[in-house]
Design a protein around this ligand. Structure first.
Ligand code: ATP
Length: 237
């Protein structure tokens, strides 16, 4: 079953059309990635799914219902969480306070405490430094916290924007291993990445976004072997 269906989505910033007729689906339980060059429209697509931007045309359906006109808090309540580009954690708040903010739509305090423990088990460094301010953390650690915070709403669909940005290869591997672990625990994942190689290797299905449109798609391993993808995104000819 498709959890998310994006159909002919177009989004503009005033006169600048950033997304033009993007279409893709995310089946329940899958990891799906959007890859593409800088400025292709990937971040804009995620921000529109979250309700932070409004589509100019097209539809976004989640569990069969259109969410294209819903406010962001309602979209979050329905089960879509977004870990934005650039690890926007709250620097003056502790790890734990950042995580609790991610659960602000919930009222089940026992469940919230259990999920803080779950995030700290997944990322032990967060557990060890639970009471330290997030601003003291390295880029990779802040990225873990941003993902952990998005997990705290117990999303059905977790959207991750460039989780590997600025990270060392070892840290990137750790983040990608965790994404697979989250999938095995039942979370569906929509991933935006410039690191096409790592993203396609991880994903059940991938879409290439080029100049605001989806131009090519297929299972991750097939796109990895595709000559056009290799030439454009994997630095091979
Ligand atoms: P990147 O990986 O560099 O973030 P992207 O594929 O996520 O790229 P977007 O950030 O969605 O691409 O940008 C798509 C287009 O929209 C680009 O041409 C960008 O310059 C433009 N754009 C993005 N945000 C704004 C904004 N707030 N106002 C005007 N134009 C914008």
């Amino acid at each position: 079953m498709n959890l998310l269906e994006v159909t002919d989505l177009s989004v503009a910033y005033g006169a600048i059309e950033a997304v033009r007729s993007v279409s893709f689906t995310v089946a329940e339980g899958q990891i799906v990635c959007l890859i593409g060059a800088n400025g292709a429209g990937k971040t804009t697509t995620l921000r529109t799914i979250s309700g932070l931007l409004r589509p100019r045309a097209g539809d976004i359906r989640f569990q069969g219902k259109s969410i294209a006109k819903m406010p962001a808090h309602e979209i979050l309540n329905r089960g879509i969480a977004h870990s934005p580009e650039g690890r926007r954690v709250f620097a003056r708040m502790t790890v734990e306070e950042n995580l609790l903010l991610g659960a602000y739509t919930r009222t089940d305090s026992a469940g919230i405490s259990a999920d803080v423990r779950r995030v700290c088990e997944l990322f032990p460094v967060l557990g060890e430094r639970r009471h330290q301010k997030a601003g003291l953390f390295s880029g990779g650690e802040q990225q873990m916290l941003a993902i952990g915070r998005a997990m705290m709403s117990r999303p059905k669909l977790l959207m991750l924007d460039e989780p590997s940005m600025g990270l060392s290869p070892i840290m990137t591997q750790l983040i990608f291993d965790t994404i697979r672990e989250l999938q095995s625990q039942g979370t569906t994942i929509l991933l935006v990445e410039q690191n096409a190689l790592a993203a396609l290797a991880l994903s059940d299905h991938g879409y290439v976004v080029d100049l605001g449109s989806t131009t090519l798609d297929g299972p991750g391993h097939e796109l990895l072997a595709d000559e056009r993808v290799q030439a454009a995104y994997l630095g091979q000819t």
